[in-house]
Design a protein around this ligand. Structure first.
Ligand SMILES: [Zn+2]
Length: 124
């Protein structure tokens, strides 16, 4: 199945490309915390221009955090897609989908709404 392999490697590449979102996230939080501390110090000393400057830095941190958060959500979605891909073949053989049932004569899986077994031919 070459299609599935390329789809999987494409998703892995997408994840790698978005991994720097975690850096943005951490950086954004650090900048916000530091800028908020400075903002509080400057507010206490009544230094209005520097306070405004710190506020801009807080917004910059918030922007980075938001950028990182969006990237992290995309990485989670891609990782979920990847795990669903890996599980799909195993799940199909391990469990019975809800639209199927077992034949009471031969025990094989048949469609739920069928009135006879496609394996042994007997009525259900
Ligand atoms: Zn049967």
């Amino acid at each position: 199945m070459p299609d599935e392999i390329t789809a999987e490697s494409r998703i892995r590449q997408e994840i790698e490309r978005r991994k720097d979102a975690f850096t943005y996230l951490a950086l954004g939080i650090c900048i916000m915390v530091v800028a908020l501390i400075f903002l509080a110090i400057f507010a206490w000393s009544g230094d209005i221009p520097t306070m405004a400057g710190s506020f801009v830095v807080v917004l910059l941190g918030l922007f980075l955090y938001n950028k990182g958060h969006q990237g992290r959500v995309q990485v989670r979605a891609l990782e979920y897609q990847l795990s669903a891909m890996g599980k799909a073949p195993g799940q199909a053989s391990a469990s019975v989908p809800p639209s199927t049932k077992f034949c009471k004569h031969c025990g094989k899986v048949v469609a739920k709404d069928s009135s006879f077994c496609e394996h042994c031919g007997r009525g259900l």
